[in-house]
Design a binder for this molecule. Structure first.
Ligand code: ATP
Length: 283
């Protein structure tokens, strides 16, 4: 399998000298291969969302720190976005915790916005999509079980339905990679499972690479073959998700207590990772 996402030496510091400085990512090295479904896990504030944003160039690393390339194209290099990042972004689907649909717009219109990065800008701005593009959007909605809602306003949908429409938007975009940032964090368990089933289906049937940040470790174990755990901006585990034993999770999260949704119930403040926790000791 070829490498689809490569991150080398990426660091990100928030805050300026004099203010409170916070290192959100600390010299991250990663390689994600074509067709993988990878969970990004770790305690709140460990850097999962920040890392995901860097992968699509929504965020730039520290100057002189590292590089990110996706699908063979550079996204950023030493703190600067590559001039052709817009082209690369058109190939990357991004799913947000809060769906990012336009509530006043119809569901079909929202799904068609997936084409904005590919269609000529003037056509997208005027909403001039051709019959073939509309058909693609309808097929995408059917794939996530939302075809019957095509002409409804997005604001009328439940959270789970909105997230399915957001996934249909990435299908219409014909995204080659899907980055999903906490896609199920605000959903009830049934909707969460539907969304994870759809992401897994796209991964398995279409061979799309999926990287998903998750709070619920059980979903990571069930749906993703590989898990990458961050703690205080450092990769502390990278391996098969079945190797996420309670003892290891206890060290990653600083707790052995998990709530009903299998999200870690944090009772201890985050600690620096113990030396022995780094990568090699994961098994
Ligand atoms: N725009 C920002 N400005 C300043 N600090 C930020 C910003 N974005 C993130 N941070 C900080 O970077 C660190 C990592 O945040 P991030 O949101 O990536 O963590 P996370 O693992 O996704 O957390 P959660 O699971 O709670 O969403 C945190 O300390 C956070 O406060």
């Amino acid at each position: 399998m070829s490498s689809e996402i490569t991150v080398t030496g990426l660091s990100k510091t928030f805050g300026r000298k004099g203010d409170q400085v916070r290192k959100a990512l600390d010299t991250i090295d990663l390689e994600i291969r074509s067709g993988e479904m990878v969970a990004l896990i770790g305690p709140s504030g460990s850097g999962k969302s920040t890392l995901l944003r860097h992968l699509s160039g929504l965020c730039c690393g520290d100057s002189n720190s590292g590089e990110v390339s996706v699908l063979g194209s550079p996204i950023q290099h030493q703190g600067k976005l590559h001039p052709a990042v817009r082209k690369s972004r058109a190939r990357i689907g991004y799913i947000f915790q809060q769906f990012n649909l336009v509530g006043r717009m119809k569901v079909l219109g929202n799904v068609l916005t997936g084409l904005l990065g590919r269609a000529p800008r003037w056509r997208g701005c005027l909403g001039l999509f051709n019959a073939q593009e509309r058909e693609l959007a309808r097929r995408s909605l059917a794939r996530v079980g939302m075809e019957a809602w095509a002409n409804q306003r997005a604001s009328l949908l439940s959270g789970g339905q909105q997230q399915r429409v957001a996934i249909a938007r990435t299908l219409t975009q014909q995204a080659e990679i899907i980055l999903a940032d906490e896609p199920i964090a605000s959903l009830d368990p049934k909707s969460a499972r539907q969304v994870m089933d759809i992401l897994a289906d796209i991964n398995q049937k279409d061979g799309r690479t999926v990287v998903v940040t998750l709070h619920q470790v059980e979903y990571a174990r069930e749906y993703c073959q590989r898990a990458i755990a961050l703690k205080e901006g450092v990769v502390v585990f990278d391996g098969p998700s079945e190797e996420l034993t309670p003892a290891l999770l206890g060290r990653i999260y600083g707790t052995t207590s998990f709530d009903d949704d299998d999200a870690p119930a944090l009772t201890m403040p985050p600690q620096r990772p113990a030396a022995g926790l780094a990568l090699a000791s994961a098994g």
